[in-house]
Design a protein around this ligand. Structure first.
Ligand code: SF4
Length: 349
């Protein structure tokens, strides 16, 4: 069945054949705590005959979300610890996050901001808070890049996006505006001329980081939406989360990264899953992640290599966790491992 509107309740999901009547009571308990939304494009992509469908796993609630482990945190990457004013996260000197909206077209079951997004989340920044956020950016000349995230900033109307871009245009020291979004994949029809004009309504260079985790997400419509963006001069990079049962095998990852590159999207980040509440069923170990990244290195072009990243819990920023290929033996001698796993000596005095 093809949904004509987004599915936002467990009853909607049951009607669309995405959950069974038996699952419903447990999933209602999940939905009481975490927002639910599946767009028509995503509902159409789910294979209802595959109980392990990697698309369903990302968007359809699971009773496993009710399991909360002691190490999980409501704010796993520590946004609050670096928020000088509402809507701004200033963790690194040269860039800030601007969280204008806390609504998304879909709600990913592994979301690292799941306690902040959704109808019961932090909402949209009020106009006075927006003024304060822009005043903060204007008062900090070290801010070179503004990253619009949230929530998904592309749910804002073109008029509101253009207004944000025009305000950023008046701040000279900001050179780059980056949007983090899932919209081209989950709601590709939203990427129309009005939205693209809005993204370019400033003299700044616009980057768009597309969040996608499985190659099937890049449908013909999604690829066409990305092409419209790239053709208009928006630079696209990717970000993906390494997720158990979704993309935790080298073949799927290789296909995902190649699909990005074929569509002019440079693989950027592959995130180790964060310690978000109720997401332990998605997490694999760091060692497993490093082995997958090593397998990717031997398998696909350098263009297709993302940086494997851990957001250090507590707001301490990102750390690269790609498998180490060089070992210091002392005295200027090193052992270097090639993509086949074979060791070689390297001497550098
Ligand atoms: S689109 Fe991003 S912010 Fe929204 S639910 Fe998914 S991961 Fe979270």
């Amino acid at each position: 069945m093809t949904a004509l509107r987004s599915l936002k309740t467990i009853a909607d999901l049951e009607e669309a054949g995405l959950v069974s009547a038996e699952q419903r009571p447990g999933l209602e308990a999940v939905a009481e705590h975490y927002a639910v939304a599946v767009t028509p494009a995503i509902a159409a992509l789910i294979d209802r005959n595959d109980e392990n469908d990697p698309i369903a796993r990302q968007f359809v609630p699971d009773a496993a979300e009710l399991l909360r482990l002691p190490e999980e945190r409501e704010d796993p990457i520590g946004d609050a610890a670096h928020s000088p004013v509402e809507g701004i996260v200033h963790r690194y000197p040269d860039r800030v996050l601007l969280k204008a909206v806390h609504v998304c077209p879909v709600y990913c079951r592994f979301c690292f901001r799941r306690e902040m997004v959704g109808p019961q989340g932090l909402g949209t920044l009020a106009s006075q808070a927006m003024d304060t956020a822009f005043a903060y950016i204007a008062a900090h000349p070290e801010i070179w890049e503004v990253i619009l995230t949230g929530g998904d900033p592309l749910v804002l109307s073109p008029r509101r996006l253009a207004a944000i871009m025009e305000r950023l245009a008046s701040i000279d020291h900001v050179k780059i505006v980056r949007f983090h979004t899932r919209v081209p994949v989950v709601e590709p029809e939203r990427v129309d001329a009005a939205l693209i004009d809005a993204l370019k309504a400033s003299s700044k260079t616009t980057y768009l980081a597309l969040h996608a985790n499985h190659p099937r997400e890049l449908t013909a419509s999604a690829k066409a939406a990305c092409a419209r963006l790239v053709d208009s001069g928006v630079v696209m990079v990717s970000q993906s989360v390494l997720l158990k049962g979704v993309n935790d095998d080298a073949e799927t990852l290789a296909s995902l990264m190649r699909t990005f590159v074929e569509n002019r999207i440079k693989p950027y980040y592959l995130h180790h899953p964060d310690l978000a509440p109720g997401t332990s069923h998605f997490r694999l170990s760091i060692e497993e992640g490093q082995a997958l990244v090593a397998a990717l290195r031997g398998r696909v072009s350098g263009l297709c290599q993302p940086t494997y990243i851990l957001d250090i819990p507590g707001g301490h920023g990102k750390a690269v966790i790609s498998a180490s290929t060089i070992e210091d033996n002392g005295g200027g001698c090193f052992s270097v491992t090639d993509f086949r796993g074979e060791g070689h000596d390297y001497v550098s005095k």
